[in-house]
Design a protein around this ligand. Structure first.
Ligand SMILES: [Zn+2]
Length: 589
């Protein structure tokens, strides 16, 4: 059933490709790759993926698992959803939709209904824009330089003044609960605590649909056509709904994703009108935060497509603050950031309308590297003519420099800053030292060192149960279990021995053991074979005999002190047999 299908999918996908969409992976060994962990904040990569064993593991935060657990975690979905997600991504046809639980089926139906409502609402808003009542909205859009086909491309619409027209349009396809959940309506809570009648959230506004990455509309942002208190805020967004979580969505990413890959960078702007203008001017890899703060989730979203971002926010105060936050987050996540500043303090939309697309392209090409931009800003704010001003300028720059995870980039920035501010660069580097103190991750420190033989055995035990290597290891283990007692890896071996699944990582739940196993599997340079296993078992037996020999020597001395001759005879007999065994085992002595 579902688990069979999961197995089938797992056999056909490559975890490196799937994870590679989220994490920039670099080759780190014969069979493993590493990158910055998407599940915790880090500056140096402790996240590894094993290409042949098809699992991932983070030595920083301890997350670990197979391709499905990765998707479950990063996309925040259930196991069946993760299987479907991976299957679809790899073009594996899905079996007839099967739901693991009634709850999930319910959730699936609800999402489908909400998507349907958004699609219907989008079409209805588009219709309203073409109606006589939409004249004012059309005028506004024409005034912003949009042609009818461009309005159509972005599915811009108009929400009329009516409180109930949209509800009347939608209530034949959905019940009150679905309408309420859609976020398209507002309501007042009644005295009994129940929601009152639903009325249109967006009224007398131009509507811009917000789509998810696959282009389905999941929310709206709507601009008021009138100013003033009665009209409410200039921009009104959908509330958080089961479909829409504002920190997780970038406006236009569905249309921009391909272009971002082609351009090798993403252009990040503030408003959706800026975004549309820039897109129509020809820079297609453009996305907008669209009235919400830039978040860490946004950096993750972008890093699936690129690690280079050109930021072009509005030059006003709010825009500068928003830009500063976005830049800080992007820098921390090791993005290469460039900044565009447009002449005359214009936003991208107005700049393009006043100066044309070519001038805007030139501005993008002239985008300043973040360090240059910041140093220039520091020099403007604190002209470095006096010693005090130089210190102030440096203090302005230090937090930005400290944020850079890459040491080389950090030092370059610092040296450059020192030179341009006329400060001794040794002094700047000294200031930075405290920031450079490395936070070693706790887990890898607690992982004990293992001998080669123990590593070989772990690798063999981690092979698929049908693998001859696994079977050889098990046979050796069962025949000589006593010899493995007291080994650091004994408990892991036992867990791997009795596991039912192919996946070894899932069988070892203790975090330290899990980390130990991951480290061993990731450090594998060549696959182990049956001979390696035999040699490893021999070595471990030898070690056991040596250990036992020492123990017996001590025990015999102790028995002699007690004048316990019976014990002396028995212990000596055992010691003689071990001495013999050690003489016989020619290897590894
Ligand atoms: Zn991690």
């Amino acid at each position: 059933m579902a688990s069979d299908f999961a197995q089938l999918v797992k056999q056909q996908v490559d975890i490196v490709k799937i994870i590679g969409d989220y994490v920039r992976l670099k080759k780190a060994g014969a069979q493993n790759l590493s990158g910055l962990c998407p599940f915790h904040k880090e500056k140096s990569p402790s996240f590894s993926v094993h290409a042949t064993r098809q699992f991932f593991h983070c030595f920083g935060c301890g997350v670990s698992g197979d391709v499905f657990s990765f998707i479950q975690k990063i996309e925040n979905v259930s196991f069946p959803e993760a299987v479907r997600f991976v299957a679809q991504k790899c073009g594996i046809p899905l079996p007839k939709r099967e739901f693991s639980s009634e709850e999930e089926a319910q959730e699936g139906r609800q999402r489908a209904k909400l998507l349907e409502l958004h699609e219907l609402a989008t079409a209805w808003f588009e219709e309203q824009l073409r109606s006589p009542e939409g004249a004012l909205a059309r005028e506004y859009l024409t005034g912003r330089g949009l042609k009818p086909e461009e309005i159509q491309k972005f599915r811009i619409g108009y929400a009329p003044e009516s409180f109930h027209a949209l509800r009347e349009r939608l209530q034949s396809v959905a019940d009150q609960e679905a309408l309420r959940l859609s976020g398209l309506f507002a309501f007042k809570e009644q005295e009994d605590g129940k929601p009152g009648p639903l009325y249109s959230r967006f009224r007398k506004r131009v509507t811009f649909p917000i789509a998810n990455e696959s282009g389905r509309v999941i929310a709206f942002t709507a601009r008021a056509l009138e100013a003033g208190e009665k009209a409410g805020p200039k921009y009104l967004n959908s509330p958080e709904t089961p479909l829409y979580s504002k920190g997780n969505v970038l406006f236009n990413l569905d249309k921009a994703r391909q272009a971002i890959r082609e351009m090798g960078y993403a252009l990040l702007v503030e408003g959706q009108m800026d975004c549309i203008s820039v897109y129509l001017a020809g820079v297609k890899g453009v996305v907008a935060t669209s009235g919400t703060a830039f978040t860490e989730a946004h950096t993750r979203l972008l890093s699936r497509y690129t690690k280079r971002v050109v930021v072009n926010f509005d030059p006003d105060d709010a825009g500068s603050k928003a830009a500063e936050k976005a830049i800080a987050l992007l820098t921390e996540e090791d993005f290469e950031v460039r900044i565009v500043t447009l002449d005359g303090g214009l936003d991208p939309d107005r700049y393009i309308r006043e100066h044309g697309a070519q001038a805007y392209f030139a501005a993008i090409r002239g985008a300043k590297r973040l360090p240059d931009f910041l140093i220039e800003r520091a020099r403007q704010l604190f002209p470095p003519v006096t010693a005090a001003a130089k210190v102030e300028a440096l203090n302005f720059l230090l937090p930005h420099i400290r944020r850079i995870p890459n040491r080389i980039t950090r030092v370059e920035f610092a040296t450059d800053a020192a030179q341009k501010l006329g400060i001794d660069s040794a002094m700047v580097r000294e200031e930075l030292k405290e920031a450079a103190v490395k936070r070693r991750d706790s887990l890898s420190q607690t992982v004990p060192a293992l001998s080669e033989a123990e590593k070989v055995l772990l690798r063999a035990f981690a092979a698929a149960p049908s693998d001859p290597v696994f079977q050889a290891a098990i046979a050796g283990f069962d025949a000589e279990e006593a010899h493995f007692e007291g080994l650091t890896i004994a408990s892991i071996l036992k867990k791997l021995r009795v596991r039912t699944a192919v996946d070894p990582m899932g069988a070892v739940d203790d975090p330290v053991e899990n980390s130990m196993l991951a480290q061993v599997l990731l450090g594998e340079s060549e696959p182990v074979d049956v001979e390696h296993v035999a040699a490893a078992i021999e070595t471990l037996r030898h070690r056991y005999f040596e250990r036992r020999q020492r123990e017996l020597r001590a025990a015999i001395a102790e028995a002699e002190r007690r004048s316990d001759s019976a014990a002396v005879v028995q212990l000596t007999a055992e010691k003689l047999s071990i001495d013999r065994a050690l003489r016989d085992s020619k290897h590894f002595s």
